[in-house]
Write a protein that binds this ligand. Structure first.
Ligand SMILES: [Zn+2]
Length: 405
């Protein structure tokens, strides 16, 4: 049961109330990030119904699993800095024309935006790298080297990506000489990951696609379900415009809190009663990577409306009727008043509902496409897998950014 109220308790001094709300806000920030747990569960659940007859029985049998485990990636994201960056891409961190400039292939993005030094031991100096789709040029004060992009990409794929999580990589002199035959000097090339911190969501979705294909090939029920459920989560995130921008919580435009307003508060109020989930049948996705990038672009194209409509509303709606205190499970939280939320809902003209619908269809479509890619294995005899309780893990030494509330 929910109770909306404008009245703060007069028995509690304001300062204590403020502290309590801050603390509770922190708790809810940890426990209910993006799309809210509610949204992610709903999206995964509904995706099951888009599947063809050969798949739907297995997924229906395990619908509680794909529903519950839809939120595992969020439960993990404060336990590892590597998890957090999978949930977003701040595409506007990469210049004025990022959809053109940011390479769609992960290795290329890491190459293009890496920070390079060249040398031996303590004697290293900065190196500059110029990336084009066809060639790579590396220069220091004394050397200038060129190699085909294809060669360095292949080297990254084979030798750097297994150490991706190290964040600092090295190309030893002998490998360097193979890549750049003109190199005379001694010295290794060190590369620091300058890209991943702005988010790797489209690349991670692509990676998951191939993990899912493999799970289908192996006919491993546990893997199929775990990857399907988590894949659904990231696809859900990719449909949220605020997951594609450095202004992810309106902090750059004086709109702090807009993230949860759009993706948690509105679905909480409207998703059960007024959204439709009839999205049709899953489609075959021919080019997964292109498909994931389009998803990000479509979300990003909606960003301006998300921000401008809220901005206009906060300036015209009576100020004291915008935020309310709401009691849930004996906790008090500050959230947008229902009337104010309704005005935003109206202003957005079905945007949240449409993005949820697109997410549902996209999830069904990639599950289906991975199954096709794996040669349409028979799922009939695969078992039902038990839902396991996954705890929220927080490592206090890791400070991930407050990307969502
Ligand atoms: Zn997420």
């Amino acid at each position: 049961m929910k109770k909306e109220s404008n009245n703060s308790s007069s028995l509690i001094p304001k300062i204590i109330l403020g502290a309590v709300i801050t603390l509770l806000g922190l708790t809810s920030f940890i426990s209910s990030p993006d799309w809210g747990f509610f949204g992610h569960r709903k999206i995964n659940r509904m995706a099951v119904f888009t599947l063809p007859p050969e798949m739907i029985q297995f997924y229906k049998k395990n619908i509680e699993y794909v529903t519950e485990h839809a939120v595992d990636p969020d439960k993990r994201r404060y336990a590892s800095k590597h998890e957090a960056v999978r949930h977003y891409i701040d595409i506007d961190s990469w210049g004025d024309n990022p959809f053109y400039d940011v390479p769609r292939i992960f290795e290329d993005a890491l190459i293009k935006y890496g920070n390079y030094t060249f040398g031996t031991g303590n004697r290293t100096r900065e190196a500059k790298l110029v990336y084009t789709r066809d060639s790579i040029q590396i220069t220091t004060r004394s050397i200038a080297l060129t190699c085909p992009t294809e060669s360095l990409r292949k080297f990254f794929r084979d030798s750097i990506m297994p150490d991706y999580y190290e964040g600092v990589w090295k190309i030893k002199n002998k490998d360097l000489k193979r890549l750049f035959p003109d190199l005379q000097s001694k010295g290794d090339l060190s590369i620091q990951d300058g890209f991943s911190k702005e988010g790797i969501l489209p690349y991670h979705m692509n990676q998951m696609f191939y993990w899912l294909v493999k799970a289908f090939e192996d006919q491993n029920a546990e893997s199929i379900l775990r990857i399907s459920a988590e894949f659904g989560h990231y696809i859900g995130d990719a449909h949220v415009p605020l997951h594609t921008t450095k202004n992810y919580n309106g902090q750059l435009t004086d709109q702090v809190g807009i993230h949860a307003f759009w993706e948690s508060r509105l679905p909480e109020l409207y998703a059960d009663d007024s959204y439709s989930y009839l999205v049709g049948k899953a489609d075959y996705v021919e080019k997964p990577l292109t498909y994931f990038w389009k998803m990000i672009k479509d979300s990003h194209d909606l960003l301006e409306d998300v921000l401008v409509i809220e901005k206009e509303l906060t300036q015209t709606f009576p100020e004291d009727q915008q935020m309310c205190y709401d009691e849930r499970l004996e906790r008090t939280i500050k959230t947008q008043c229902p009337e104010f939320a309704y005005a935003y809902h109206e202003g957005l003209n079905g945007m949240v509902e449409a993005r949820m619908q697109d997410a549902i269809l996209a999830i069904g479509s990639v599950w289906y496409s991975a199954w096709i890619e794996a040669g349409q294995p028979d799922l009939e005899n695969l078992k039902q897998v038990e839902v396991e309780e996954v705890e929220i893990k927080v490592d206090p030494s890791i400070s991930t950014r407050d990307h969502n509330f």
